[in-house]
Write a protein that binds this ligand. Structure first.
Ligand SMILES: Nc1ncnc2c1ncn2[C@@H]1O[C@H](COP(=O)(O)OP(=O)(O)OP(=O)(O)O)[C@@H](O)[C@H]1O
Ligand SMILES: [Mg+2]
Length: 267
């Protein structure tokens, strides 16, 4: 088997609060393979977003990484000089965070926002950015003419698609999606995620998918990790984690949904 794309080893992340240091992520280890959809589940506050931010060192004070390694192709991102890390962020690891649809600049046309990202990371000319943006809009099913519009002229679902399209335009090897669609209604949410899965199949990138919705996760992901209070208590193939969970907490999480789907997206 090929070496995993991303290896998280013994990652610990803390927050400094008025009451002292608080450990939000404790010695977490898991791998994400090339072309793999890895789902991270667990109740609110268990540390999922803290991990997502720590991977590309986007954690802001009072957060601090207390220990561990985040190896991308064997290279530890936690020890990479900032200049080298800039080449990894967005270019090799794309991120769609919670409430991402609000991350578009309301004062800029979408075409300009594509160009902003593409010129910064790849040195693309305006014409090259436009061509790439048209290609990406086609992929996510929005007419190219709408590149001339401003964010307010799109629905929430379309804005979310645009953020994903901008992220994919850089062809990252891994996309971190932290509750990418929670602000949307269930039908739109499902449509967008199904589209991401189609793109994943055709383009082969890896995904770290974070959500509360275990049911959805079991349908989309190849492997699942379950977190409880900052610890990864279970990790494995979607079938194994859904049909024969080892940890009592995972069993309780599954118990909260009516049926165990467990068929996964594994090829
Ligand atoms: N800036 C901060 N300062 C102090 N504590 C924080 C900060 N951000 C998060 N925490 C704490 O760290 C823990 C993990 O938070 P995190 O946001 O990673 O959880 P999560 O699993 O992503 O939750 P959710 O599903 O609600 O998004 C929580 O107890 C939270 O209160
Ligand atoms: Mg979160």
């Amino acid at each position: 088997m090929n070496a995993p794309l991303l290896q998280i080893r013994d990652l610990s992340v803390g927050y400094l609060t008025d009451d002292g240091a608080f450990r939000a992520v404790k010695n977490v280890s898991f791998d994400i393979g090339r072309g793999e959809l890895f789902g991270l589940a667990g109740e609110s506050g268990c540390g999922k977003s803290t991990i997502a931010y720590a991977i590309t060192r986007l954690s802001k004070p009072p957060a601090w990484v207390a220990g561990g390694e985040v190896l991308l192709d064997g290279e530890d991102l936690l020890r990479l000089p900032e200049a080298a890390l800039q080449k990894v962020r967005w270019r090799r690891i794309g991120m769609v965070f919670q409430s991402a649809m609000n991350s578009l600049n309301p004062l800029m046309r979408i075409e300009a926002q594509f160009h902003d990202v593409l010129s910064r990371h790849t040195g693309a000319s305006k014409a090259q950015s436009r061509a790439r943006a048209e290609e990406m809009f086609k992929l996510v099913g929005i007419p190219a003419a709408r590149l001339d519009n401003y964010p307010y002229q799109f629905s929430g679902g379309m804005r979310q698609r645009i953020v994903i399209a901008i992220c994919l335009a850089l062809q990252p090897e891994l996309i971190i999606m932290d509750e990418p669609t929670t602000a949307l209604d269930v039908v739109v949410q499902r449509e967008i995620l199904e589209q991401v899965i189609d793109l994943q199949r055709s383009h082969g990138f890896s995904v770290l998918f974070i959500t509360h919705d275990l049911h959805l996760m079991a349908q989309l992901c190849h492997r699942i990790g379950v977190m409880l209070k900052g610890e990864l208590v279970e990790v494995g193939d979607v079938r194994q984690v859904s049909r024969a969970p080892v940890h009592d907490y995972t069993r309780r999480l599954w118990g909260a949904i009516p049926q165990l789907p467990g068929h996964g997206a594994a090829a």
